[in-house]
Design a protein around this ligand. Structure first.
Ligand SMILES: CC(=O)N[C@@H](CCCN)C(=O)O
Ligand SMILES: NC(=O)OP(=O)(O)O
Length: 337
């Protein structure tokens, strides 16, 4: 089985640290190697993207490779994932043939596939990215699945290092109100990578927005191993007191997968309070503000915060390019491996 990049939990802290160091070498222009020379990487997008798509295409190209972007269900065929499925409905080809064929053309396959937000029990197991990983003889890179967004989380860890230096930081993952229930991939991966890197993590969310139980258990174990801790609070202000990093993100409640209307009703009371504004940022004494983007201005965070020097969201997005070059170089040989 090839080594995939599905979530950071499969990689050691030392390996993650080396990825960040390699990413800084790319960023500083010190590493101009082309480990992908003459090779193709498929980038499979089931969902929209700005940053991931543009930065992965560029990353592959800057390493000498050729990116092939595919969009199943729009410009390429619809795909069936279930083993043993009788394919007499709408799906045109099976993931077995899809990855079998692509592996003859490409050295690796990046996949973006959001959850349907229909069945928590099923989607919490990340079935689609895992089906790709099971079927594939070439490395699979997770470009955001139902449960993880490791490229984002690694760009986030790089950005924290870049802005605040090495060592343990007090970081807060803050739930924000949003007009739609969104996936949990970004908060899961941020929390996981943050404790793996030894940061002290506070997670603030309203009741009912708990992250996955297994993930929370893993966070506690990893925090213990790293000599740090994870605090969970239902008070948004508590996340700001003394924090050095405010990481805002909205996510849907797992209690209401399959019933978005009820979910929206449950979150309605949180609209006024669960927003990052300048008043809350003042409680931190100089924290940086982070968000994976896209962000809804004056809903998740105010213009005042996003336009202030505290906001590092554009640097964070730039760092996607550099860390993904490090990840590609690590998976496909050459520099950074
Ligand atoms: C607005 C939206 O759909 N956000 C998606 C993508 C975030 C970054 N790739 C999410 O919350 O997972
Ligand atoms: N942050 C992020 O993954 O952005 P896109 O959804 O635009 O790729």
């Amino acid at each position: 089985m090839p080594r995939h990049f599905l979530h950071t939990g499969d990689w050691t802290r030392a390996e993650l640290e080396r990825l960040i160091e390699a990413a800084f070498r790319f960023k500083r222009g010190e590493d101009l190697s082309q480990p992908l020379l003459g090779r193709a990487i498929a980038l499979v997008f089931f969902n929209p993207s700005l940053r991931t798509r543009a930065s992965m295409q560029l990353a592959v190209q800057q390493l000498g490779g050729y990116p092939i972007v595919l969009e199943p269900g729009s410009s390429s065929w619809t795909i069936e994932f279930r083993d043993g499925a009788v394919m007499d409905a709408d799906k045109t080809e099976h993931v077995a043939e899809f990855v079998g064929v692509l592996a003859r053309y490409c050295s690796g396959i990046g996949v973006r596939v959001f959850p349907q937000l229909r069945s928590w029990r099923e989607e919490r197991t990340d079935p689609i990215i895992n089906a790709f990983a099971r079927q594939s003889k070439v490395p699979i890179i997770n470009l955001e699945s139902a449960m993880h967004h490791p490229c984002q989380a690694m760009a986030d860890m790089m950005t924290i290092r870049e802005k605040l230096g090495a060592g343990r930081k007090r970081v807060a993952l803050v739930w924000a109100w949003h007009p739609k229930p969104l996936p949990m991939a970004v908060p899961n991966s941020f929390a996981l990578a943050a404790v793996q890197m030894g940061h002290e993590l506070t997670i603030a969310h309203p009741p009912g927005y708990e992250l996955d139980d297994d993930l929370v258990r893993d966070l506690a174990m990893l925090a213990h191993d790293a000599g740090t801790r994870v605090n969970v609070t239902h008070e948004i202000e508590e996340a700001f007191d003394g924090s050095e990093v405010i990481y805002a993100k909205s996510w849907g409640s797992r209690l209401f997968y399959g019933s978005p209307e009820e979910e929206l009703e449950m979150r309605a009371p949180y609209r006024q309070r669960w927003i990052v504004d300048e008043e809350k940022m003042r409680r931190t004494g100089g924290a940086i503000f982070m968000h994976c983007l896209p962000i809804r201005r004056n809903v998740e965070a105010t213009d005042g915060v996003l336009n202030s020097p505290a906001s590092v969201v554009i640097d964070e997005a730039e760092n996607r390019l550099h860390i993904q070059k490090a990840i590609l170089a690590r998976l496909f040989g050459g520099a950074g491996s």
